[in-house]
Design a protein around this ligand. Sequence first.
Ligand code: ZN
Length: 106
Amino acid sequence: MKNTLAPLKPSRYEEDYFVRQQIELRRSLATQRQAGMELEAREAARALHFMKCPKCGMQLEEISLGDVRIDKCFGCQGLWLDAGELDTISARESGFMKRVWQAFRP
Ligand SMILES: [Zn+2]
């Protein structure tokens, strides 16, 4: 008697489909792993460089001037502003700082 319930052999097209599906899954996982590694690298760089002068590497000191906090380097005498602080300053200024903001704003 012939066995009519024998498993069907997948066609070549079905096999190719499943191979492509596996490759796409692994590609997606690799992309996620890579993004995680990039995030870890950014976090490590941030921890290493946070509040360090980008020019000379000295520790930056935060000086409050009204509601603006200026990061001051006493190594190279540089001044650094966080995002939005130049905008805050230039909103009150009509002189040179406004011109600086207009030239450098994103
Ligand atoms: Zn410096």
